[in-house]
Design a protein around this ligand. Structure first.
Ligand SMILES: [Zn+2]
Length: 261
């Protein structure tokens, strides 16, 4: 029999705010939930007024039945998830500042709220339009395969750690090509990633290539789809020649398979 302590409930409702990479015009809000022992995705979804499908999609969960204690989930605010409970002394201004949302946005999603008379313990909605825009934007990206090869590891949790990219096994020296037009942001050695490249495709979308044996582009360079940018290698923390490929939207990694066409 499981006992739920007040402490764990308080941890569960802890609301954290992050500011995305400065590609977005303003900060977006995200509600984080840390998975507790015994949690199921459906219970979490119910608690936040969300759905299993929405949570799985939002967190790029490969298997919605497999969540682990300590794993951090983002609760989609566009699906009625992000709320805030009024505490004594709160003003709408304080809340907007702490949650990183605009005062106008707060008023907009809470029509009829009286800023001069907030009820302690009542729940208000947090605006999340930027977040919704970001996921819509992500849904419209199509990327070409950067290398021909066999998928050796997919995006998602493996052995308790998040694998933020897609591994494509290919021969050492095989050409890696740009999957979309963009501008090279950075190239060079980066810890376990080995020789790494990041390309910015605009609209908050970036792609990353790790373990390269050679890099064929320079920072600032414009690349076109299909242009050779690097060669497959096994530099950094790698057990054999492969491309570790990541796709980030507004600073957050997504499953590259969602975008590859
Ligand atoms: Zn990898």
């Amino acid at each position: 029999m499981r006992k739920i302590s007040l402490g764990s409930v308080m941890v569960a409702v802890l609301v954290a705010v992050v500011a995305f990479a400065p590609t977005l015009p303003a900060a977006a809000t995200v509600v984080f939930y840390t998975v507790q022992k015994g949690d199921t995705l459906s219970a979490i979804a119910q608690r936040y007024g969300s759905t299993v499908t929405a949570l799985a999609r939002f967190n790029n969960l490969v298997n919605p039945n497999l969540i682990m204690p300590g794993q951090r989930l983002e609760i989609p605010d566009g699906d009625g998830g992000a709320t805030y409970t009024i505490k004594p002394g709160d003003t709408l201004w304080d809340i907007s500042q702490r949650q990183g949302v605009s005062l106008a946005g707060l008023k907009e999603v809470n029509p009829g709220i009286d800023p001069k008379c907030l009820t302690v313990g009542s729940t208000i909605k947090l605006p999340g339009t930027e977040r919704i825009l970001a996921s819509r934007q992500a849904a419209n990206i199509a990327l070409a395969w950067p290398v021909t090869g066999r998928i050796s590891s997919v995006f998602g949790w493996r052995k308790g750690r998040m694998h933020q990219g897609l591994d494509i096994a290919a021969s050492s020296g095989e050409m890696i090509t740009a999957p979309a037009p963009g501008q090279v942001v950075t190239v060079g050695w980066y810890g376990g990633y080995g020789q790494r490249i990041i390309i910015d495709h605009g609209r908050g979308i970036r792609t990353l290539y790790a373990h390269c044996s050679a890099i064929l582009v320079k920072p600032g360079e414009q690349v076109r789809t299909g242009q050779g940018i690097a060669r497959v290698g096994t530099t950094g923390n790698s057990t054999g020649p492969h491309l570790h490929f990541e796709v980030h939207v507004n600073g957050r990694p997504y499953d590259p398979l969602q975008f590859l066409r």
